[in-house]
Ligand binder design. Structure first.
Ligand SMILES: CC(C)(COP(=O)(O)OP(=O)(O)OC[C@H]1O[C@@H](n2cnc3c(N)ncnc32)[C@H](O)[C@@H]1OP(=O)(O)O)[C@@H](O)C(=O)NCCC(=O)NCCSC(=O)CC(=O)O
Length: 343
């Protein structure tokens, strides 16, 4: 979402050297040390994550019927897909026993969510099995579904079959800048294009409940033609604690839709999104994790065509364990960029 709102910033110098980006990050990091320190001390005050206290804190209206409210609404003025998926998973999880773990979900976004009214979540107890339990959730506004979701839960079971891809090697989050720190840096550039400046200021005003550190800011802000792949460290703002694993999965579902679809645009800096919306979203949860601790989010788009783009994501614990995978297809209609940015 964030990169889309920037208004398709690019420069014509071609690919950017990764080492130069890391060097630039290093310089920026010391520049912004004071800001970071105050942020860290704020974090250490143990502020409860707003995801926990507000976004994912659904109100029970009746048996298997819940109401969710909004925290952050994107500039598109349609509800953030991650919020609807996260809330749907919360609703589903409320109807299964504590001994079950969420292992997957599959959703279609069938209508744009209206930020002016709350969302109702209606849960259907599709099946309770011995190992697996399935729930169907309909998210409803104005009497019509905006999302349909199937979520599956499993008892913990041992397995001799265990493998995963290795985690990509990237700088640790401590060596990188947050999105806000990067934006302050870009805003300090005197020759910044007006359109980009406006986009950046709007981004700063966002109260996104996720903290993000792009591994390569050039990828995050589409500063040149790139392979459709990008990585960032992300975590829920504020403290969640050990809590229960289902809740961390709900938070990860919220985070997973952030900046996923924009990966499709990376090879095309000459275009900006005119209309972009996720069509579907699937997730698989693999191991335990803390969503309020840094996780590496790897996003790649293996295909685009017919005004659609496919994106696959992997969330890694910083110790190298694969925590979750996700997949999404989105509709993307583009228009040529008229004013190149000078970020
Ligand atoms: C995907 C849908 C729009 C599909 O519905 P329809 O098939 O009726 O819509 P559509 O494709 O015909 O039209 C959508 C917009 O594209 C325009 N449009 C249609 N055909 C076009 C064409 N050939 N060329 C250019 N534009 C075209 C329409 O005028 C309209 O714009 P206009 O609307 O301007 O008139 C809808 O199902 C939907 O809104 N689903 C919810 C999606 C969602 O909210 N996902 C979560 C948020 S996204 C998210 O969180 C991730 C992220 O953003 O990164």
């Amino acid at each position: 979402m964030a990169e889309k709102e920037l208004g398709g910033c690019h420069e014509n110098s071609g690919l950017i050297d990764k080492n130069k980006i890391l060097e630039a990050n290093e310089a920026l990091k010391s520049e912004q040390d004071e800001v970071s320190q105050s942020r860290n001390s704020q974090y250490q005050q143990d502020l409860k994550s707003v995801l926990l206290t507000s976004v994912l804190n659904l109100e029970k209206l009746d048996v298997d019927l819940y109401r969710g409210t909004h925290h952050w609404v994107p500039r598109t003025q349609r509800l953030f897909g991650g919020q609807i998926v996260g809330q749907a998973l919360v609703a589903a999880a409320k109807s299964v026993s504590d001994s079950l773990y969420a292992h997957s979900l599959h959703c279609y976004f069938v209508r744009a969510g209206d930020p002016k009214v709350p969302v109702l979540y209606q849960v259907d107890r599709t099946r309770d099995g011995r190992s697996f339990t399935v729930r169907s959730v309909k998210a409803i506004q104005h009497g019509q579904p905006i999302l349909i979701c199937q979520a599956s839960f499993q008892t913990l079971q041992p397995s001799p079959l265990q493998h995963q891809f290795p985690m990509p090697v990237v700088p640790p989050p401590e060596d990188l800048l947050t999105v806000e720190e990067l934006i302050h840096h870009y805003l300090s550039k005197p020759d910044l294009a007006e359109e980009a400046k406006k986009g950046l200021k709007k981004l700063l005003a966002n109260e996104v409940p996720i903290e993000i550190k792009p591994v390569n800011p050039a990828h995050f802000y589409r500063l040149g033609p790139e392979q459709p792949r990008r990585l960032f460290w992300g975590r829920a703002r504020g403290h969640i604690g050990e809590g229960n694993m289902k809740l961390h999965c709900c938070v990860a579902a919220y985070v997973s839709d952030f900046a996923l679809l924009g990966t499709v645009l990376l090879p095309y800096p000459e275009y900006r999104a005119k209309f972009a919306a996720s069509l579907d979203h699937s997730m698989w949860f693999h191991s335990t994790f803390r969503s309020d601790e840094w996780m590496l989010y790897e996003c790649e788009s293996p295909w685009a065509g017919s005004s659609r783009g496919l994106v696959q994501g992997r969330m890694w614990r910083r110790d190298g364990m694969l925590a979750a995978s996700c997949s999404q297809e989105g509709v993307l209609r583009v228009k040529p960029v008229t004013e190149p940015s000078k970020l």
